[in-house]
Write a protein that binds this ligand. Structure first.
Ligand code: G1P
Length: 270
């Protein structure tokens, strides 16, 4: 089973910081943001993390490549903790596929079709961090309880945020677990079927990958993952795990990135 991390976006909201540096490489406390997401993927039942990258963003691949000379130089100076951190980043099991055109999240995921084959797969969006790594295992449990159904994480959001997200319709079938009836991407508040927003962690059936090949451009002219999820509901069940907003840390805007740094720094350093 693979964990897919789309990372081919332009990082527009962080310009000029992201002019020469990928957004995913921005520092969160002591590591680039994407390293948390890779570590979360590897802590799940995934055997490999696949980053869906753009060919321009070499820095991401450099980060996950071993650097034996740097490591040796650090060890020679007695800086073993830094050498260990460099070795750790370089040894994470990451591979890459490329999205050559920015056609949307659904298109990015489809670029990894050869990697996932006929297996279920995780999708982890890098704008949110889940440092305790507990969400994917819980989603896997729910999927296993329901014959391998797709499971997505959702989070309650205030009314004024609803139009920024994918939103589900459905009903609660167990404490904190909903059965999904439909999904809509970035609805106007009056059209939103609930205030449960798609959060950025997905465990998806292989059928979703197949359906993505036929999804037409939707909101924003982009091929939307949410539209493939809505389509698969004609054929398969899907469940949603309602998470606590405190389980995830947003890094998608400058403001939320700064706040996340503050919270996680205090956690790490008291
Ligand atoms: C994407 C998804 C959306 C989801 C959101 C979570 O939107 O399309 O359904 O709610 O991520 O962050 P984006 O933030 O890429 O516009």
């Amino acid at each position: 089973m693979k964990a897919l991390i789309p990372a081919a976006g332009m990082g527009t909201r962080f310009l000029p910081a992201t002019k020469a540096q990928p957004k995913e490489m921005l520092l969160v406390v002591d590591r680039p943001a994407i390293q948390y997401v890779v570590e979360e993927g590897l802590a799940s039942s995934a055997d490999e993390v696949v980053i869906i990258n753009s060919r321009e963003k070499r820095a991401i691949e450099d980060h996950f490549t071993p650097a034996p000379e740097l490591e040796a130089a650090l060890r020679a100076k007695g800086k073993d903790a830094f050498a260990d951190a460099v070795a750790h980043a370089g040894n994470l099991n990451v591979s890459y596929v490329y999205q050559d055109e920015p056609l949307g999240l659904g298109h990015a995921i489809r670029c990894a079709a050869e990697k996932t084959g006929d297996e279920a797969f995780y999708v982890l969006l890098g704008d949110v961090l889940v440092p305790d790594n507990a969400m994917l295992p819980r989603m896997k449990e729910i999927s296993d309880e329901h014959a391998g159904a797709s499971v997505i994480a959702v989070v309650p959001v205030p009314d004024d945020q609803v139009s920024r997200f994918g939103v589900i319709a459905g009903s609660e079938v167990a404490a904190g677990v909903w059965k999904v009836d439909s999904l809509v991407e970035k609805p106007a508040l009056e059209d939103a079927p609930s205030n449960l927003a798609v959060f950025g962690r997905y465990l998806l059936s292989p059928r979703v990958m197949e359906l993505l090949a036929d999804v037409e451009p939707g909101v924003g002219g982009e091929i939307q993952l949410t539209d493939a999820l809505d389509a698969v509901l004609q054929e398969e069940e899907m469940y949603a795990l309602v998470i606590d907003p405190a389980d995830g840390f947003d890094t998608g805007t400058v403001e939320s990135w700064l706040e996340t740094n503050n919270i996680l720094f205090k956690r790490a350093h008291g």
